[in-house]
Design a protein around this ligand. Sequence first.
Ligand code: SAM
Length: 286
Amino acid sequence: MSHPEGRTPDLDARRVASSLRAIDVRPSKGRGQNFLTSQAVVDRIAALTGAGRNDTIVEIGPGLGALTGALTELAGQVTAIEIDERLAEHLMSADPPGNLSVVTGDALTLPEETFVPESGEYVVAANLPYSVGAAIVRRFLELAQPPRRMVVMLQREVAERMAAKPGDLSLLGVAVQLYAHPTLAFHVPPSAFKPRPKVESTVLVLEPHAHPLLEEAERAAFFEVLHAGFHQKRKQLANTLSSGLDLPKAATIVWLEENGIDPTRRAESLSVEEWLTLVRSRPGHG
Ligand code: SAM
């Protein structure tokens, strides 16, 4: 994909370093401050949003604005949430595009009304900090007004766990797929960032389900069963569910068999739908 001349600033490691020096910021590992230096990666993430002039994009962690510039070119409005005040100020200091607004705060706790547009319709795009990437994805999927689509870069292993299939599912995979359909888009090597991380990254596209698979009122019960099942994930479900939920083993076996689930199976083998039927038929919770 090519850019009109001068549309986005050059991205390279030296430019990132000099911008950071100019605003006296040393990249923080705790805040996952690995800045993109690859225009090709920026272009691919922006294209995957599918956003146009009528859309609002919420960007999480704009940093020095590598992705932000491309997003403001595409969308009608971009709202960027940045936890680091110096980076947020920097973004708004140098003649920012008219369709960009920056909210300073923590994407894990900021009230929904500070970033969800009035229409309630928006797309999320982000190169997420490694340390809280999974928590941010889960929070956004569980919002009262979730995004229409999320295009997020995560540590490769985390993205792969979110997109895993039954047989390889983890608690994180189930928790994400309960709300959205995941697709792994492409992998990104450490050389695409400054400073270079130790791990590979992957861009993941999440399409939230049109109708939630889980009612809000069922959430606590669902996660209680899920946590019990995954508590000792190498063990058979009859054992983990019986001990985790304090149920007699014989009753647990009947419960599993009545749902067509072999009690010797392990948590990682169950599909999201199987977890849902189990939760909805839990003995003593009808
Ligand atoms: N988007 C930029 C890029 O691609 O070059 C920076 C991405 S960097 C991996 C992650 C960014 O998220 C940093 O700017 C960091 O300060 C910010 N950040 C970290 N934790 C955050 C949080 N909880 N809420 C909002 N922003 C956060």
